[in-house]
Ligand binder design. Structure first.
Ligand SMILES: *[C@@H]1O[C@H](CO)[C@@H](O)[C@H](O)[C@H]1NC(C)=O
Ligand SMILES: *[C@@H]1O[C@H](CO)[C@@H](O)[C@H](O)[C@H]1NC(C)=O
Ligand SMILES: *[C@@H]1O[C@H](CO)[C@@H](O)[C@H](O)[C@H]1NC(C)=O
Length: 555
């Protein structure tokens, strides 16, 4: 079918089909495009850009780079008919980045750019696959290197590669990508451009918005690692709170489970429903004294209590990391209810690679840098140097996004044990301080998702899926949107599109989880609205607590 659509002629063959409504409410306005071959793109590329590959993908096909792409080895499957293009762009005498484009045969004039994760270098084909499902052309860049998400060695003594990762690859790829999209669908213009990314992807989106406010009309920003200079140093500090591993202050996995249980015991019912989901951890007056081991030798089970030193470690992890000089905020602590994911940062015999690697390869270009020497001067150094210009802390610049009509939906799981949820609150609060509360509300809203971990998933059967970055890909290579609920009520990207194009501000998004939380075929377990902060979902006191209709947003 797709094959016959590619008419054989010399150049610029256009095909006209009747406009067909997409299955999820975005009508496809155009099915006219150039041939999917090298000749259609070669002439358009500027100096320094080279065409690596152009491939026809048939309806139901699969595309990607497989295991050769160490960051994103899973190829998306069951794709709509599309044209896949890979381009390499020279960004300096010592660096270059690549990007991939999916150009669906049935296009609705929209463009979607997706982000990356951690320090991962690779084209994120799996997340790009969402684009054509929505009828959008889509793009992802490898950010200028090939690596897994925890590998930073590529950055050592490579300032230009750091810059590509920091912002240049996303920006340059998007600008050139728009030109290629426009050329491919020659007689139809690109109307709206969107962005979706989580973690590093959230940071990439905020950085682009602050630096080039015209790039995107709407951005879906998940768990942004926006304060790079502080976050990637805090990550070393939070590891140190629980080191050395043999120290009596050490919280082992069993101790962290005790904390998790106690947080649930004290904080779960504050929203009127005891369901294992802590909805407002920040309003819970957590008191850990009950966990303290008694000096009584008859204490029933010493593994069910924590020593004073261990409680201090717990408080260090929950509390904000403050400067000893002037008490200024270096980084906010991890939120109560995030304990299930603490293993990522505090279970090793050294701090996480996200912290040590950043110091060694981004800050000091010194593989022998010793993490035992870490202190807050490293944070100050990071802030002063900000390698690659990665940090997205220009709050006032968000005004330019508002002025050009851009919209931002920010979300963050309240059980995130990797990128502290309160970091998003800091970003939101500082943007409010710069622009005013009303000035922010009209273009940017924040959604804190109870029980959701970093970017996706839940340990407590909390509704977590809202169509965010990575969320479909972690459930399967052929999954997209929120399976069974591909609409603007449940899918934050579609809600964002309605806000940008229809002026309908996003007030709430209904999140979903399944009986087996990552498996939509197991049946829906629970749905619940997530409300625009500072509103919270409140139960009506009588309906089924697993039904979104029993909840409303209230301040
Ligand atoms: C914390 O809980 C302990 C008992 O578990 C109690 O004695 C103490 O008064 C509580 N502290 C606060 C500040 O409420
Ligand atoms: C934490 O580390 C210990 C010791 O290496 C290991 O046995 C345990 O499985 C780890 N816990 C998690 C949740 O990874
Ligand atoms: C953000 O501001 C709100 C309202 O002023 C406040 O309650 C909250 O603690 C702040 N969050 C952080 C992390 O600073």
């Amino acid at each position: 079918m797709a094959r016959s659509a590619v008419l054989v002629a010399s150049t610029a063959v256009l095909l006209a089909l009747n406009a067909i409504a997409s299955p999820f409410g975005f009508p496809h306005t155009s099915e006219r495009h150039l041939r999917c071959d090298r000749s259609s793109f070669a002439g358009i590329l500027p100096a320094g850009a080279t065409l690596e590959k152009v491939a026809v993908v048939r309806q139901g096909g699969s595309y990607g780079e497989g295991a050769a792409n160490v960051a994103y080895p899973t190829n998306p499957t069951n794709l709509p008919a599309l044209c896949a293009v890979t381009v390499r762009v020279k960004s300096s005498s010592t660096s270059s980045y690549r990007f991939g484009l999916f150009l669906p045969n049935e296009w609705n004039s929209r463009f979607l750019v997706v982000g990356n994760g951690g320090f991962a270098g690779g084209i994120n084909w799996l997340d790009m696959a969402a684009g054509p499902r929505y009828g959008m052309a889509s793009l992802s860049t490898d950010t200028g290197h090939s690596s897994t998400s925890t590998d930073t060695t590529w950055a050592r003594n490579q300032p230009e590669k750091k810059t590509d990762w920091g912002w240049r690859a996303i920006h340059g790829s998007t600008v050139l990508g728009k030109q290629l999209v426009s050329a491919y669908y020659s007689d139809t213009s690109l109307t709206y451009s969107y962005y979706s990314g989580c973690s590093t992807g959230g940071r990439q989106g905020l950085k682009e918005l602050q630096t080039f406010p015209d790039t995107f009309d709407g951005a879906l920003i998940g768990a942004p690692a926006w304060w790079t200079s502080h976050l990637n140093t805090y990550v070393t500090q939070v590891g140190l709170f629980n080191l050395p591993a043999t120290s009596p202050k050490r919280l082992a996995t069993v101790d962290i489970s005790l904390l998790a249980d106690e947080v649930t015991r004290q904080c779960d019912a504050l929203d009127g429903v005891r369901d294992g989901i802590v909805s407002s951890p920040d309003t819970c007056p957590l008191n850990l004294t009950r966990l303290l081991c008694q000096p009584n030798p008859n204490t029933p089970n010493p593994s069910k209590c924590l020593t004073t030193q261990q409680l201090t470690t717990a408080h260090n992890i929950y509390n904000a990391y403050l400067s000893t000089k002037d008490s200024s905020l270096l980084y906010p602590g991890l939120t109560p209810s995030s304990e299930e994911q603490w293993w990522i940062l505090v279970n090793g015999t050294e701090p996480s690679a996200f912290g040590i690697g950043y110091a060694r390869d981004f800050l000091f270009d010194d593989p022998s840098w010793d993490w035992h020497t870490f202190d807050e001067s490293v944070v100050a150094y990071a802030e002063a140097h900000d390698p690659g210009g990665a940090t997205a802390d220009d709050y006032a610049a968000m005004a330019r996004v508002r002025e050009r009509g851009g919209k931002v939906v920010l979300y963050h799981g309240l059980a995130d044990g990797l990128v502290p949820t309160r970091g998003s609150e800091v970003f939101y609060n500082r943007t409010v301080a710069a622009l005013g509360r009303d000035g922010v509300d009209e273009f940017m809203r924040m959604f804190l998702v109870p029980g959701m971990q970093h970017c996706w998933g839940t340990a407590v059967d909390a509704p977590w899926n809202l169509g965010g970055a990575f969320q479909a890909g972690v459930m399967g290579s052929g999954v997209w949107s929120v399976p069974g609920f591909e609409d603007a009520e449940h899918d934050a990207l579609m809600a964002l599109v309605e806000w940008v194009e229809g002026g309908k501000a996003v007030e709430s998004i209904v999140a979903t989880t399944w009986r087996s939380s990552m498996d939509p075929t197991s049946g829906v377990k629970r749905q619940r609205p997530v409300c625009a902060w500072p509103k919270r979902a409140v139960w009506d006191g009588k309906g089924d607590v697993d039904d979104a209709a029993s909840w409303r947003c209230s301040s």
